[in-house]
Design a protein around this ligand. Structure first.
Ligand SMILES: Cc1ncc(COP(=O)(O)O)c(C=O)c1O
Length: 386
């Protein structure tokens, strides 16, 4: 399907709302029925239509159609946050006694889901270095029901071989799920490689303005319906119609935002790669990435997110550098218009910080829509302080 059609037309039945160009926000919790028979049918199968907005709603439906099409999927569910789009499908797929093989070091709340939450329900997870497909295969047991991936990782940018892992999983009847937040559907299409479920924090690039929390999962309709009928409806982490509308508005500019963010980031990366106080610049398309060929096979581009390490790093140096930035904001998340920085040491107590631990010295940078020269000037004056 043509991306211009998806973003401008798909799902927009304008004759149903006065031929308005922009879709309406159907701000309602419930929908009325004219006959008991119609009501009975809707109650018997909520997946088929509008009954109650914890399930479906017309504004939400336009968004679902567009997000499914962007991923090349049959269907989509949208959620009130990205982590709900991870947690709810995972809960729907697993039963007590099942096992999960999960890539090492996924997003922090995903780790908590597998380490702290699921053991309460008798589900065990094994974390495996995702760059080693054979190790993933070796970790599969007869109880494994799910292989969970995050490619690329949003701090270290490790990638997994989606096609090879999907093939291994399919041969054993195991479901594969990926967190595709780093790439968005514009830069990576996991379903084309055989992955079953694609989750994303729509709070990032899809919403793109740092003002909406949202999540999405896409996949085959049979799987999406299974997730909807129990865990989605039971947990009730649905997206509000207002936020669905903001996402629809954001999707109109997704390609142009990503194109500019990527071009900006590439210029900032070019500057950092030659700057003497920078030791490494980490991103999937870096010349030094051992997984460069795989990353280039699976991904169209990298977007705005990458990490650096400083030459001869210390906690003091990292803190001084980050504290000195005037325009690049110190904050979590990414995908909006504004550039951001997170030193990994902010998540570690000073006593636990270990300068020899490569993960502790990472400084993650997100380049947004500001002009690259403006950002480079800010980085330059902060480097001068160390
Ligand atoms: C890779 C990744 N996945 C999922 C999430 C969770 O998304 P949300 O914050 O929208 O719940 C995040 C949030 O930062 C993330 O970075």
């Amino acid at each position: 399907m043509d991306i211009s059609y998806i973003l401008n037309e798909l799902g927009e039945e304008r004759e149903n709302y006065f031929n308005a160009i922009a879709p309406p926000i159907i701000q309602t919790s419930n929908f009325k029925f004219n006959t008991v028979d119609d009501f009975r049918k809707a109650l018997a199968d909520e997946y088929q239509g509008n009954l109650y907005s914890r399930g479906f709603n017309p504004t939400i439906d336009i968004l679902r159609k567009k997000l499914a099409a962007l991923d090349g999927a049959e269907d989509a569910l949208v959620f009130g946050s990205g982590i709900a789009a991870v947690t709810i499908p995972v809960l729907a797929l697993l039963n007590a006694g099942d096992e999960v093989v999960c890539v090492e070091n996924p997003y922090s709340w995903t780790i908590k889901l597998f380490n702290d939450f699921l053991p309460k329900f008798g589900v065990k997870t094994t974390f495996i270095d995702g760059s080693n497909t054979s190790a993933i295969e070796a970790a599969i047991t007869p109880q494994t029901r799910l292989i969970y991936l995050e490619s690329p990782n949003t701090f270290s940018f490790d990638v997994q071989d989606l096609e090879a892992i999907a093939t291994i999983a399919k041969a054993r009847g195991i479901i594969t799920m990926i967190d595709n937040s780093y790439c968005s559907p514009l830069y990576q299409q996991p379903i084309a490689y055989g992955i079953d479920l694609v989750a994303q924090s729509a709070t990032k690039y899809l919403a793109g303005h740092s003002d909406v929390m949202a999540g999405v999962v896409t996949g085959k309709q049979e799987l999406i319906k299974k997730i909807f009928e129990k865990e989605y409806m039971n947990i009730g982490a649905s997206l509000a119609p207002q936020n669905a509308w903001l996402l629809l508005r954001s999707l109109r500019t997704l390609p142009i935002r990503l194109e500019k963010i990527t071009a900006n980031a590439n210029k900032v990366i070019e500057y950092l790669e030659q700057y003497p106080k920078v030791e490494t610049v980490l991103h999937p398309f870096s010349k030094n990435n051992k997984q460069l060929d795989l990353a280039k096979k699976q991904m169209k581009a990298c977007g705005g997110l990458f990490s650096i390490t400083l030459k001869n790093p210390s906690l003091e140096k990292i803190e001084t550098f980050c504290n000195s930035l005037k325009h690049i904001l110190m904050a979590v998340s990414w995908g909006g218009y504004e550039s951001l920085i997170i030193p990994a040491c902010a998540g570690i107590s000073k006593a636990d910080f270990d300068v020899n631990n490569p993960r502790h010295i990472l400084i993650r940078i997100y380049v947004g829509l500001e002009e690259p020269e403006y950002l480079i000037k800010d980085l330059e004056q902060a480097f001068e302080k160390i």
